[in-house]
Design a protein around this ligand. Sequence first.
Ligand code: BGC
Length: 402
Amino acid sequence: MPTYPRLCVLAAGFGSALLLTACSSNSTTSQEAATTSAPADSAATGASASAMPTSASFGKTADGTEIQLFTLTNKNGLKASISTYGGTLTSLLVPDKAGKLSDVILGFDNVSGYLSPAFRKAGPYFGALIGRYGNRIGKGQFTIDGKTYHVGLNNNGNSLHGGTVGFDQKVWTAKPGTSADGETLTLTYLSKDGEEGYPGNLTVTVVYTLTADNALKIDYTATTDKATPVNLTNHAYFNLAQGQSKDVLAHMVTIPADRYTVVDANLIPTGELKPVKGTPFDFTTPHAIGERIAQVPGGYDHNWVLNQATGQHSAATVYEPTTGRTMEVTTDEPGVQFYTGNFLDGSLTGKNGVVYGKHAGFCLETQHFPDSPNQAKFPNTILKPGETYHTTTSYTFGVRKQ
Ligand code: BGC
């Protein structure tokens, strides 16, 4: 199978005009540095796209570190709230077909929800930034240039979402700002050489932008001083009918992927890319999540191999019939993990007292394929010194009136 270079330096090496264009357009994100955030009431109107994000306290961690919550607003009144703890998207207000704004994200009102023993035990990663390697690395082991590395094991003898203490549990440095597209929040984090066993000091920048055309755009950039695997994503759980439906089974999903990565019992890819045709994994035309989920033991928790792997392309389209809400996910990543909240079991109660039971939300985690460092035929995930990792994913919201 072809490789899908995602690094700008590598793309240039391939001499592809298309890839170069994608790289340079992706890297134009500009945000004006802001040292202070606007007073809370200036964004409350949601009237101006040029206003700065607001900030408020989100509580403290166990060691007393203050956690901030930033809220980005666009001219249509959409609001995205992001916490410095885990760079977590904690709420996202989008309109339904009657224009009513509601929160479509699972999460908590205060950082204490994300720190609670119940949340740590369940490990759902609600809305968090995921790294250094999103999804699984088999046996937490990989070899680069003849040297074998062992990273944190936290999932049936494998490493999931960065290991024992991933980027989801780090306090990020935040800088609110604006760009031509809308309000922005720039988050930075330095993952030190050896953290969770990974090689190299990895400097990570993530920019959230809430655009005038109702997209929440996330730009991820990273550089390193030693070759290391990198696979960054966001772990938001969506329920476009939050408050009206306790599960997401009626949501209609389309994923433009003719194949998915087959996994073993512990969700580690076998290396096989299997056609979806004739299986419950075929979302090339719209299907309700609940239509065939019973045929998939445990529920959907797989990586789809997107038909288009480079440039910005669709990863999924979602339509919720009761509210009319739609969500289009676009990315430059080759894969998407479609996970239907199979492990949610009612042990967590979130915002507005909602109990999160099985299938209370779904995730569309744009990514390189799981366990790529151990699968030579999968697209490359090793970032080398001198290269720049850059990837962009957007979640665009709309409504369908009938
Ligand atoms: C994984 C699931 C896991 C979930 C929460 C998803 O990305 O594929 O298996 O349960 O994250 O940890």
